[in-house]
Design a protein around this ligand. Sequence first.
Ligand SMILES: Nc1nc2c(ncn2[C@@H]2O[C@H](COP(=O)(O)OP(=O)(O)OP(=O)(O)O)[C@@H](O)[C@H]2O)c(=O)[nH]1
Ligand SMILES: [Mg+2]
Length: 215
Amino acid sequence: MKGLNQEQSADYIFKFILIGNSSTGKTSILQYFIKQNCTIKKVQQTVGIEFQSKFFVYKNKNIKLQIWDTAGQERFRSIARTYFKNTIGAILVYDVTSQDSYEALDDWIKDARENGKSDLDIIVVGNKIDLTDQRVVDKDYAERDMRNKDVLYVETSAMTGENVDKCFQSLIDQIYNKIEKGQIEKDEFNPQLKNPLKQNLTTKTNHVQSQSCNC
Ligand SMILES: Nc1nc2c(ncn2[C@@H]2O[C@H](COP(=O)(O)OP(=O)(O)OP(=O)(O)O)[C@@H](O)[C@H]2O)c(=O)[nH]1
Ligand SMILES: [Mg+2]
């Protein structure tokens, strides 16, 4: 690692996007994932799009995740669409206490498939499972439904941290397996073979790099 900046020392760079209706918990999930073991603090409603990144080691490879956190409000939806192009994984969040957010999933999946790459992997995340009394979407039903839609499924709580890592891990597992089987071109994710300057980091966003917990 000595003498290399972190961008160059990454074996793979994966770009993910967080999508889903407003207030479902996208930013909260990302905060928990980045900060690890911190109780989430009050998060601001996302305006436009924000960016965070995280390094970690997976199967002896240094992986850098670049994660775009989009605003769920309808007026920002066209911005989110433009970010699908370069992403390999979409984390689609709904709120298990909101039927509306569940019913919106079909439109989000359609958006992702129409605007993303053909090999884009999607994981649907049922968030806020700590609110057991307010739950309206049945877990077994959602699991079956998502299997039929050919997307991964996991349930999380950004409040307790339950399954937050698993959500990212499941998506990474699926992508990594495809790379190992040669189903997707590994050069596409290799920063030594791709000019990092070409990566989509010049866009005007709230650019935050967080790798450890500051709390
Ligand atoms: N109880 C509970 N509350 C949560 C959870 N995740 C998020 N929240 C709360 O839900 C509200 C919305 O969370 P955000 O993370 O801002 O939601 P978002 O999807 O990023 O919303 P937009 O930025 O508008 O798209 C906040 O008040 C969070 O504290 C959870 O797992 N459990
Ligand atoms: Mg947000």
